[in-house]
Ligand binder design. Structure first.
Ligand SMILES: Cc1cc2nc3c(=O)[nH]c(=O)nc-3n(C[C@H](O)[C@H](O)[C@H](O)COP(=O)(O)O)c2cc1C
Length: 337
């Protein structure tokens, strides 16, 4: 299996939904939500890419780092690279439906494990979406993370219990799904949460709780106050609110306030190992990758997902070598120009 074959296959299977562009940057698919694009003008999707592209590296090759360490420990699991598969759902209306929801999430979870890391599952208006994710996580001894939409409290708690029963490593809520009208239209309202409500969710489980969709330092501090174990600095791939900044733009200030108090994940526009290292240098502990892994799953199944993650790992090693970065656990801001 090679990249060209994966991309060719994916282009056929995702026809009408994703063009599998040379660079997945949200230009061709602007406004395609449902679909694979960014909401409205697509500016928030593009901002993720632009923010990352604006950073460049100081190249350094006179140093003692010969074998960079890309491993990371997360809640008792040793990860081969600080990259996890982002939660994604909705194969019928976002990806064209050539894979079932069950097949898709199986490839994501299994492919992530094959590459030595973990995948997340998501939640959607159709109840089979969340269930498919949990089934995949259960099939793989709980080695996966379940992310739930910001539904009514009792609905979230019910799904937390299901994730616990599936043995999931952690659970979370993509709180930025608060405005998803698709959910409301299907009789499953979502909405913003108060601090007290988030505390209630965190306290409802002994599993690590993740708050996904944090874009301001103030909300990062509220996540810490609520007892979350991790946040995901994310604008949901630009799919929920047009005209938000890119994750890499807001990450440094967020990290300056909460680094060390909560694990910081970040996502949006990560397309290479170099992008991974940039986000780590800006304060993330680990990053999530979304759309490229849809291409992997549709183009090559589990192998395709693992292939793309391994490719990113190779690029990460290369970038660490050429910036003198010994370990992903300690990435210096000074590697950025
Ligand atoms: C088709 C699609 C479906 C998604 N579904 C979910 C979801 O169910 N839950 C969630 O938290 N995020 C969801 N996301 C957002 C991703 O988890 C992630 O934040 C985003 O895709 C990262 O940006 P990238 O695709 O540029 O890497 C979805 C994204 C896409 C593209």
């Amino acid at each position: 299996m090679d990249l060209a074959a994966i991309r060719k296959n994916a282009r056929e299977k995702l026809q009408g939904y994703c063009r599998v562009c040379p660079v997945c940057d949200g230009r061709a698919c602007a406004g395609e939500v449902p679909g694979m694009g960014g909401l409205g003008t697509g500016s928030a999707f593009r901002a993720n890419l632009a923010a990352l592209a604006a950073y460049r590296f100081n190249m350094r090759t006179i140093h003692e780092v010969k074998e960079p360490d890309t491993t990371l420990e997360l809640w008792g699991e040793k990860l081969a690279l600080p990259v996890l598969a982002a939660p994604m759902t909705g194969t019928p209306y976002n990806m064209g439906g050539q894979l079932t929801e069950e097949e898709f999430i199986e490839y994501i979870i299994a492919g992530s494990l094959q590459a030595g890391t973990l995948g997340m599952s998501g939640d959607g208006a159709d109840p089979t979406m969340y269930d498919s994710g949990l089934k995949a996580i259960a099939r793989h001894q709980g080695k996966g993370i379940a992310i739930i939409k910001p539904r009514a409290q009792e609905e979230i708690i019910k799904r937390i219990r299901q994730a616990e029963a599936a043995g999931a490593l952690a659970v979370g809520v993509d709180i930025d799904g608060a405005g998803l009208i698709t959910m409301a239209l299907k009789g499953q309202p979502v909405g913003p949460k108060t601090l007290a409500e988030i505390k209630e969710l965190v306290q409802a489980t002994t599993l690590p709780f993740i708050l996904k969709g944090i874009m301001t330092p103030e909300e990062a501090e509220l996540a810490v106050e609520a007892g979350a174990k991790a946040i995901v600095v994310s604008n949901h791939g630009g799919r929920v609110l047009d005209f938000t900044p890119g994750a890499a733009e807001v990450l440094p200030e967020i990290a300056s306030r909460v680094k060390g108090k909560v694990l910081i994940f970040a996502d949006g526009g990560v397309r290479s190992g170099a992008d991974v290292l940039k986000l780590l240098a800006l304060g993330a502990d680990a990053v999530l990758v979304g759309r490229p892994l849809v291409v992997g799953a549709f183009g090559g199944g589990q192998e395709g997902v693992a292939f793309l993650l391994n490719k990113m790992k190779g690029e990460l090693v290369q970038t660490m070598l050429l910036t003198g970065t010994a370990s992903v656990k300690n990435v210096k801001r000074e590697i950025l120009f």
